[in-house]
Design a binder for this molecule. Structure first.
Ligand SMILES: [Zn+2]
Ligand SMILES: [Zn+2]
Length: 353
């Protein structure tokens, strides 16, 4: 297969810094779109994969699945995009397209496993896929998104993972005007959950352990902030929320929050927190008020496009800090300390220089 050798940024070992390296991309096949990458958001998954925190990382790891760019070439079968279009690529670059999930536009739950944008088996070149910390990417048109031209292009990038991860549960659980929604945690995912829920017309509450988050949460659109360590405040919101989106990415006790879920309400986990372990979910709040605990993973391509169009109409983007590619190792250290408001985005010009 014809390939092109391009510049990328990645790591060759779990304990090595990311640095410039070169990778091969396939030349655009008949159904492919070749994209010149302008911006790439920095997700916690990037860091965890680079450092093999979840096991199974294949090296070199070239992370990045919040990709924005311009189409520079298309295959002869491509009908959805043309050269010059502003496009995006999120967490998936392929799926089987035939299983029940794929047929229902739920490629993220593909029964045969979707192809992740990085560190997944590459169907075309063998080896594994490389993500958006690179000059270019070549992707099947069915996994490419149209990006609204009216938004701040760099700040759109995080919508492709953080945005869709929170949008999908808001839609699945039918959040609309007046819905009472709570968000646990104010990071990359949490700040998008607030903006998107507010955009849908919900009454939005942030749960936080820190009073230092109150001002920012309200600026982002939260109507209320409940300090989760304050028993009085927690009691005051007993059985209030139709939907709680829990974005906290480490092990924690969800039981105090379950008391605040309304009858027939649901708490949805969107962060990988491993086992509940000693913090087993108590069955009493579930049974007593027909509450549910659920999980949700990113979103399908159709749903991702719906979210991007919604954000275009409602002027919703992520709050970002733009960095150069060469600053990525330092950015990872700051992410570990939650020292970012609220997402790093890499200006890919810095890789091309
Ligand atoms: Zn991600
Ligand atoms: Zn499938």
């Amino acid at each position: 297969m014809n390939t092109q050798n391009i510049k990328a940024f990645g790591t060759t070992a779990p304990d090595a810094d990311l640095k410039e390296l070169r990778i091969d991309r396939r030349m655009a096949l008949s159904n492919d779109v070749e994209i010149d990458i302008l911006y790439c958001g920095v997700c916690h998954s990037d860091l965890h994969t680079a450092r093999n925190d979840w096991g199974g990382s294949k090296y070199p790891v070239v992370p990045g699945h919040e990709i924005i760019g311009r189409v520079v070439a298309v295959g002869e079968q491509v009908s959805k995009f043309k050269v010059g279009d502003l496009v995006g690529v999120g967490c998936m670059v392929d799926a089987c397209k035939t299983c029940e999930s794929c047929q229902k536009n739920l490629e993220q739950y593909c029964q045969n496993g979707f192809t992740g944008t990085y560190n997944a088996p590459d169907k075309h070149l063998g080896g594994h896929t490389f993500g958006g910390y690179s000059e270019k990417i070549v992707v099947d048109q069915d996994f490419v998104l149209r990006i609204p031209e009216n938004l701040n292009t760099a700040a759109v990038a995080p919508l492709l993972c953080a945005g869709i991860t929170t949008w999908s549960p808001l839609r699945r659980w039918n959040v609309q005007k007046g819905s009472k929604v709570a968000v646990i945690g104010l990071g990359g995912l949490g700040h998008m959950a607030i903006k998107l829920a507010k955009g849908l017309g919900a009454e939005v509450t942030l749960f936080s352990r820190s009073i230092s988050k109150i001002v920012d949460a309200k600026r982002l659109g939260a109507d209320h902030v409940v300090i989760s360590t304050n028993e009085e405040e927690m009691k005051a919101v007993k059985s209030k929320f139709e939907l709680i989106i829990d974005t906290v990415p480490y092990q924690h006790d969800i039981n105090p929050y379950m008391q605040t879920v309304a009858i027939d309400g649901t708490l949805v986990l969107v962060g990988f927190i491993g086992e509940f372990d000693e913090n087993i979910v108590s069955t009493r709040p579930l049974i007593n008020q027909r509450r549910a605990v659920a999980g949700s993973l990113i979103g399908g391509i159709v749903e991702t496009q719906e979210m991007l169009d919604f954000c275009g109409e409602h002027n919703i983007v992520s709050d970002i800090e733009l960095i150069n590619m060469q600053d990525i190792n330092q950015a990872y250290e700051r992410m570990l300390k939650s020292d970012v408001k609220y997402r790093f985005v890499i200006d890919m010009k810095s890789l091309k220089n």
